[in-house]
Design a protein around this ligand. Structure first.
Ligand SMILES: Cc1cc2nc3c(=O)[nH]c(=O)nc-3n(C[C@H](O)[C@H](O)[C@H](O)COP(=O)(O)OP(=O)(O)OC[C@H]3O[C@@H](n4cnc5c(N)ncnc54)[C@H](O)[C@@H]3O)c2cc1C
Ligand code: SF4
Length: 368
């Protein structure tokens, strides 16, 4: 244990975020770092529990408890408290191939399971994890570590998201010869083309891809298995094939207004924006912009809503808002409206006339 009473003496601290007025000027990450002293103090809050729930990754009633990769959290909390950063990095890498990704974007079920959280605020586990790996890269401790011996077995991995990359890292470490196939033009799956850059800098993804390549993993981009290369060919040429294709099929919603212009699936938006940003710093204009709903640069690719769609969308919004408002106001003013029925109150607030210019039903199926 770092200090027996650390969790009572010190408060939880998180790194500050960049000033919003500053960070809207670029697409860089917006979390800052804690100082080394602050991190040491945060490490001191860990009780080194006999049963560390933070580390015990398990599923209970559909919820994840603790760290899914079983990070040795109490150990590296203590090492940080003692200033042993290199040792902390080694412990972190024992269970986690990519702490720089998890330290940035993991939802941190470890913190939700931390025992200190029962009576106060949990230990800042994720911040410490990120600090350890960032320091590891800064100090030059994270270097390619190719296997000493190769097994002679060849493995193909389809898909280069975090699942494919972790699989490649482990199999390569075991000495197998690994080739990763990716249909996109860049490696990383949703790490590259899903999670926005302000949450995960793409240079951080590329840095890890370069390390894996230096350790002997081969990457083949712009190649869709099943289209550019038949699946049978992989089965014939490799000793094993691992499918890590993610879930490209989006889950659409069947709700009123979905057919209107200017509504996109999140991945269409993110994919186009991140690709344009990485290719040309957004100069090529090949992205969906939320500015004025559609950007002039991408207007050709993105259908503008028709005049009738716009009118109906406005009318439907107005109608929805006016129907919701009385209920909200009624809840707040129930005591004041005693003696009047809800129906009377609603009528007094509802617009008397239908919004103009919409030829169809307002809340039902409109012709647009
Ligand atoms: C906007 C967004 C934000 C997110 N934020 C977070 C977050 O903050 N924290 C978090 O933990 N998770 C987050 N996630 C979820 C996380 O990104 C996914 O759970 C994770 O990327 C899944 O990894 P994967 O390797 O299984 O699949 P993917 O990352 O989807 O990778 C699959 C890859 O396989 C490739 N592929 C598919 N079929 C073929 C084929 N036939 N041939 C060749 N290649 C193929 C695809 O092109 C893709 O690159 C986020 C997801 C999105 C979309
Ligand atoms: S549950 Fe919290 S206090 Fe206990 S070992 Fe894990 S991080 Fe430390």
């Amino acid at each position: 244990m770092s200090t027996p009473t650390g969790f009572m003496e010190y408060k939880r601290e998180l790194p500050a975020d960049r000033d919003p007025l500053e960070r809207i000027k670029d697409w860089e990450e917006f979390h800052k770092h804690l100082s080394e002293d602050q991190l040491r103090t945060q490490g001191a809050r860990c009780m080194d529990c006999g049963t560390p729930y933070c580390h015990t990754g398990m599923e209970l009633n559909g919820s994840v408890l603790g760290c899914p990769v079983h990070n040795l959290i109490p150990e590296w909390n203590n090492l940080i408290y003692r200033g042993l950063w290199r040792e902390a990095l080694d412990r972190l890498h024992k269970t986690n191939n990519f702490p720089e990704f998890t330290g940035s974007v993991c939802p941190a079920p470890c913190e939700g399971s931390c025992t200190v959280g029962l009576i106060g605020e949990p230990v800042t586990i994720k911040t410490i994890e990120k600090a350890i790996i960032d320091r590891g890269f800064e100090e030059g401790w994270v270097v390619p570590d190719p296997p000493k011996k190769r097994t002679g077995k060849r493995v193909a991995i389809v898909g280069s998201g975090p699942a494919g990359l972790a699989c490649a890292a482990q199999l390569n470490k075991a000495g197998h010869t690994v080739t990763v196939y990716e249909r996109a033009d860049r490696i990383g799956g949703l790490l590259t083309y899903g999670i926005p850059t302000m949450k995960l800098d793409k240079k951080v993804v590329q840095r890890r891809v370069d390390l894996l390549a230096a350790e002997g993993v081969q990457f083949v981009t712009n190649t869709e298995i099943g289209k550019d290369i038949p699946a049978q060919q992989l089965l014939d040429e490799f000793d094993a094939v691992v499918l890590c294709g993610g879930a490209t099929k989006a889950r659409d919603v069947d709700i009123e207004g979905r057919e209107l212009g200017g509504i996109y699936m999140a991945m269409d938006y993110l994919n186009s924006t991140i690709k344009s940003y990485l290719d040309s710093g957004l100069a090529d204009g090949n992205y969906i912009s939320a500015k004025d709903k559609t950007s002039s640069s991408s207007a050709a690719a993105i259908p503008e809503p028709t005049a009738s769609q716009r009118r109906c969308a406005t009318a439907a919004n107005r109608s929805r808002n006016s129907a919701r408002m009385p209920r909200r106001r009624l809840r707040a003013t129930r005591s004041r409206t005693r003696g009047r029925s809800s129906r009377t109150s609603i009528r007094s607030i509802m617009p008397r006339k239908r919004p103009k210019r919409c030829s169809g039903k307002i809340r039902g199926r409109s012709p647009c």
